[in-house]
Design a protein around this ligand. Structure first.
Ligand code: ADP
Length: 454
């Protein structure tokens, strides 16, 4: 087992990893930017090193500074968390060449799955159903038009190197396809450093269902069931749950087997998530694989009783996954609300600032993963997630009630957060009935705007 791990991240996920390490008896090294000097991850780690200025490019994305910190503190491994360098194959490669274990899959795995077009081709070869679309990068206008004609409108243009819900454009006809193509290529180049885009059939009113997998170094893989992440705004998840109210045992088994098959076909190691779209007729299509721990991992932990961060660390240290598929079962229901420092009443505008009053909820069935405290300054430099509230109960309806109660108790002021949005969502009849698609939030917000106008 490792004796010391550096966490190349900040916020709640850095804390989450530090907590797992402490329980495993592993020493920790935090890295931080100048504005994060007073963060909890700095306080709770055994050692801490400043790696640069606030701007991510100068700190949390600063590979030489992070590798130097790892070498000075003589760590065995680096946990990248999510975001920042978690899916940067170049970083994983550098760790490998410096004999520092990167806690995650191999750099080749990251590279392969990071190119969503290549991932589609590989998963199709492995026998997974993929969303109908182009097999490679769109070469020109004619190529785009031909692809759209073959699969039929609407279509979605996606960046090969895209992520975080960015770089996607929906097109309903030839004119919008042509006008969006160049913009999408330019955006892909400027946001992701790679202009390649591809086209997929746009699935109307789908659900986003993802399967968590774990794979050890000895070719043993298991899946931990699904998470339903259909509650999204602008393709970004806001609330996730496990199990999905629309996945029965039979579908779970099929999705799980297929996810494992896909991961196995590329020799995948460590924790990963295979994402699918489920259409209204319950057909499912592979969308992409995330080669890291996900923000929403706690809902899986609650229903399976498996600590995913510890599993990641153990797998990377070369331990066998002592878990067989028939030992995995989903018990109860877990829901996670992402609390962002955003003003929901003002089009989700970022709302950074100092937290003067804070009350973190607790009580039965409530888990809160957060790095904030009274006096904490939410920085405008990083993503706006300030807390994840997870409610866990025997049934989905009970979990909803616990979540409402927890959010009622949760006070964060004077900054604005997405708590009022979640309170509304949790009262939405369609959400309560679990009759949702990835469009629910958009429809909900549209209704509010119309309601205000009349
Ligand atoms: P990212 O890596 O940026 O998160 P994904 O490929 O995971 O991008 O897609 C994010 C979300 O975008 C999905 O959960 C879904 O809501 C929407 N989406 C992506 N592809 C399609 C598609 N072909 N049809 C309908 N919705 C899609």
């Amino acid at each position: 087992m490792f004796s010391k791990i550096l966490i190349a991240n900040r916020g709640e996920i850095a804390l989450r990893v530090i907590r797992a390490c402490r329980e495993l008896g592993i020493r920790t090294v935090a890295v931080y930017s100048e504005v994060d000097r007073n963060s909890l991850h700095v306080r709770f780690a055994d050692e801490a090193i400043c790696i640069g200025q606030a701007k991510s490019a100068n700190s949390y994305l600063n590979i030489p500074a992070i590798i130097s910190a790892a070498e000075i503190t003589d760590v065995d491994a680096i946990h990248p968390g999510y975001g920042f360098l978690a899916e940067n194959f170049h970083f994983a490669e550098i760790c490998e060449s410096c004999q520092i274990t990167f806690i995650g899959p191999s750099s080749q795995n990251i590279k392969l799955m990071g190119d969503k077009m290549a991932a589609r081709v590989n998963m199709q070869k492995a026998g997974l159903p993929i969303v109908p679309g182009s097999t490679g990068a769109i070469k020109n206008k004619e190529d785009a038009l031909k692809t759209a004609k073959r699969i039929g409108y609407p279509v979605i243009i996606k960046a090969a190197a895209g992520g975080g819900g960015k770089g996607m454009r929906i097109c309903h006809n030839d004119i919008s396809l042509i006008s969006n193509l160049m913009i999408a290529q330019q955006e892909a180049e400027s946001n992701f450093g790679n202009p390649d885009v591809y086209i997929e059939k746009y699935i109307e009113k789908p659900r986003h269902i993802e399967i968590q997998i774990l794979a050890d170094k000895y070719n043993h893989l298991v899946h931990l069931g699904e998470r339903d992440c259909s509650i999204q705004r602008r393709h970004q998840k806001l609330l996730e749950e496990s199990p999905s109210p629309v996945v029965d045992n039979k579908l779970r088994r099929r999705l799980g087997e297929i996810a494992v098959k896909g991961a196995k076909s590329v020799g995948y190691i460590n924790a990963g998530t295979v994402e699918f779209l489920l259409d209204e007729a319950s057909n499912f299509y592979f969308m992409e694989m995330n080669t890291r721990i996900q923000v929403e991992h706690p809902v899986t932990e609650m229903v399976t009783g498996i600590d995913l961060i510890k599993a990641q660390i153990r797998i990377s240290a070369g331990e066998r996954l002592n878990l067989h598929q028939d030992q995995v079962s989903l018990k109860g229901a877990a829901i996670e609300c992402r609390i962002n420092a955003e003003d929901y009443e003002n089009n989700f505008m970022p709302s950074p600032g100092r937290i003067e009053v804070l009350n973190i909820p607790g009580g039965p069935g409530v888990r809160v993963d957060t790095h904030i405290y009274t006096g904490y300054e939410v920085s405008p430099y990083y993503d706006s997630l300030v807390a994840k509230v997870i409610a866990y109960a025997a049934t989905r309806q009970e979990a909803i009630k616990i979540m409402r109660r927890a959010l009622f108790e949760f006070t964060i002021s004077p900054i604005k957060t997405t708590i009022p949005f979640h309170m509304k969502l949790l009262e939405n009849p369609l959400f309560i009935k679990a009759d949702v698609s990835t469009h629910l939030v958009q429809e909900m917000l549209k209704e509010e705007v119309l309601g205000a106008e009349y």
